[in-house]
Design a binder for this molecule. Structure first.
Ligand code: G6P
Length: 607
């Protein structure tokens, strides 16, 4: 899972490729590399670690050439070393790859038997040797690439550059995205339109199985059966400006603080404050007739679906289920006629979620998506798209996209409730009013920053942390644990408060902080009883609750964070804030790389 770029231009390609790679680092940052042609020969620079290491290398040892390919890697096969960094090359071709070639062992054995010598531990290297082998057998570059691709199992986007031809790049995709960019006498490949935005806003999104042959004069595209096809050129809205951190130390902090504003934009896109009703974008989905809602996502987006399940059941009485994308498609999930499958994703590109979407479509479901990237693959493949308006999210740990997903999902649940005739008009009025108040209340929750920063100094000393909550606060407990793990590397688990006594309570001692999320709602007393069980066993409790909750919960808790009082239905939107800030300040205390934590990537484009 990686970002790939290709440029056939008229000026030095390497600096432009670095520019594009900066915009793709969200797809991985384990290593980076560039190959160009100069005097017809392939030359490469590669460096382990973040893109800045490659930049430093190119500063010392520039790479000339007006044609080139580049890569930023999230390692799958082979450690993130310089040797395993892309582009991979033979004496005749250089290749960058996003995805996994699943049958690489078989191909490697076959090619080794033919005398090819493999230099890396990657799956990608077979692509280099297979295309090289085809060229040796007399095929021209297009035939060599087409024949090679037919041998690959798995998901991939590839861009191939050929020794001796400074006017040719071939790119192909199956499963992983690839876009073609049209410049003025220059042509581009990129994993997404955002990477190409500094050069052009005219792009073609290649379709499944397409292979594109780029020359300065334009693109020739072949479909999966090698027939020539025309694909539309669209004007992308992707902005050329790189987002900056403003006055914040990290993107994550900036994004946490943007939440009132972007949630406001998002909610106002769905809720009409004058009519106090929800209006959904027009689509072919009739929410009054939906028989079952199946929500599928990964990571933090999946936690948003867990919260949404409560809303769809409570507000719309809609039979609902949630699933993790990587599990969903390999189970024999029963998808009943008339069902809608709803996919939630910040990027709209997560490989597992995208594959799950295709699986649900094949099973005859209507497809809806909640995505933050309007031009993403998931958006393009959905019957109904419900966008979040979070703006670009750069920090790997999702924050503002999550809160905006909640805003959209809450609106959807209200709309579905109305459409199904189970949510009375007065309830819709009350709920829309309350939802419109949420940006302000999140602003209130952010005011606890200082106290949370000091609490984080204590949390940073822990090796394990437990989070617990009930009802709508249970997914927030999971989100708190996920955030803490992701960026501070402290082991944490999120549990349903009532479930703690069935196992995790055995972990409790004075060294394991227990973070209890308990707004004063219908389940408050129950959660507090579970909190008492923890304290009775010497557990140190950090209680996150509102004013009333803190008054009622007694004096014996270790530390407290206050959240504003709000309608219990929407409490997850405010309780998300302290768990985000707690993870952020704990990570600062531990000195980790907050925006690009180890081993992770913003967008996971491999299975
Ligand atoms: C990665 C990111 C997470 C994100 C998840 C799902 O793991 O690090 O922050 O929640 O992918 O991504 P998506 O773009 O589908 O929401």
């Amino acid at each position: 899972m990686c970002g790939i770029v290709g440029i056939i231009g008229n000026e030095e390609a390497a600096p432009l490729i670095v520019e594009a790679l900066k915009r793709l680092e969200y797809r991985g940052y384990d290593s980076a590399g560039i190959a160009t042609l100069h005097d017809g020969q392939i030359d490469r620079r590669r460096a382990p670690g973040k893109l800045r290491n490659l930049g430093a290398l190119l500063g010392k040892d520039p790479l000339p050439g007006v044609i080139g390919i580049g890569h930023t890697r999230w390692a799958t096969h082979g450690a993130p070393t310089e040797n395993n960094a892309h582009p991979h090359a033979s004496d005749s071709v250089a290749v960058v790859h996003n995805g996994i070639i699943e049958n690489f062992r078989e191909l490697r054995d076959e090619l080794t038997a033919k005398g090819h010598v493999f230099a890396t531990e990657t799956d990608t290297e077979v692509t280099v040797h297979l295309v090289t082998e085809n060229l040796r057998r007399g095929m021209d570059p297009v035939a060599a690439a087409q024949a090679a691709v037919k041998r690959f199992d798995g998901a991939f986007a590839l861009v191939i550059m050929f020794r001796g031809d400074e006017d040719l790049l071939i790119g192909t995709r199956r499963g992983s995205p690839l876009a073609v960019g049209y410049g003025d006498g220059e042509m581009y490949f990129g994993s997404d339109a955002f990477a190409l935005a500094p050069f052009t806003n005219r792009v073609t999104y290649l379709e499944e199985g397409d292979l594109a042959v780029l020359r300065r004069s334009g693109a020739t595209i072949f479909d999966v059966k090698d027939n020539r096809v025309e694909r539309p050129i669209v004007l992308t809205q992707a902005g050329a400006a790189l987002v900056d951190k403003g006055n914040h130390r990290h993107f994550m902090a900036k994004e946490i603080y943007e939440q009132p504003e972007v949630l406001g934009h998002t909610v106002h896109a769905y809720v009409n404050g004058v009519t106090e009703s929800v209006a959904l974008p027009k689509s072919s989905i009739d929410w009054s007739a939906v028989t079952k809602l199946t929500m599928v996502a990964c990571g933090t987006s999946s936690i948003a679906t867990n919260i949404a399940q409560y809303w769809f059941e409570q507000l719309a009485q809609l039979p609902s289920g949630t699933d993790i994308a990587s599990e969903f498609r390999y189970r024999d999930t029963v998808l009943i006629p008339g069902g809608v499958s709803l996919f939630v994703s910040q990027s709209g590109e997560t490989a597992d979620t995208l594959a799950a979407l295709k699986h649900a479509r094949a099973a005859g479901q209507k497809i809806a998506s909640v995505v933050n990237v309007a031009e993403s693959s998931m958006a393009r493949e959905s019957d109904a798209v419900y966008p979040t308006h979070a703006g670009p999210e750069i920090g790997v740990a999702s924050t503002k996209a999550f809160v905006c997903q909640l805003g959209v999902l809450a609106s959807l649940a209200i709309a579905a409730g109305r459409a199904r005739g189970v949510l009375p008009r007065d309830a819709e009025i009350r709920l829309t009013r309350r939802l419109l108040e949420m940006p302000r209340l999140i602003g209130e929750a952010l005011k606890q920053e200082e106290i949370i920063a000091s609490i984080a100094q204590e949390i940073a000393k822990a090796r394990d942390v437990l989070f617990m909550g009930r009802g709508l606060s249970y997914p927030i407990a999971m989100e708190g644990a996920l955030k803490l793990k992701e960026i501070s590397y402290i082991h944490a688990e999120g549990y349903a408060a009532g479930e703690l006594k069935h196992g995790p309570i055995a972990l409790i001692d004075e060294n394991v902080p227990v973070i209890v999320i308990a707004p004063h709602d219908a389940l408050f007393e129950k959660t507090i009883s579970n909190m008492q069980e923890v304290m009775a066993r010497g557990g140190k409790v950090l209680l996150i609750s509102d004013k009333r909750g803190h008054e009622l919960a007694g004096d014996n808790v270790w530390m407290r964070i206050e959240i504003p009082e709000c309608d219990p239905v929407f409490a997850p939107l405010v309780s998300a804030v302290p768990v985000q800030l707690l993870a952020y300040y704990t990570a600062l205390a531990k000195g980790t790389d907050v925006d690009q934590p180890r081993n992770l990537a913003k967008s996971v484009t491999v299975e």
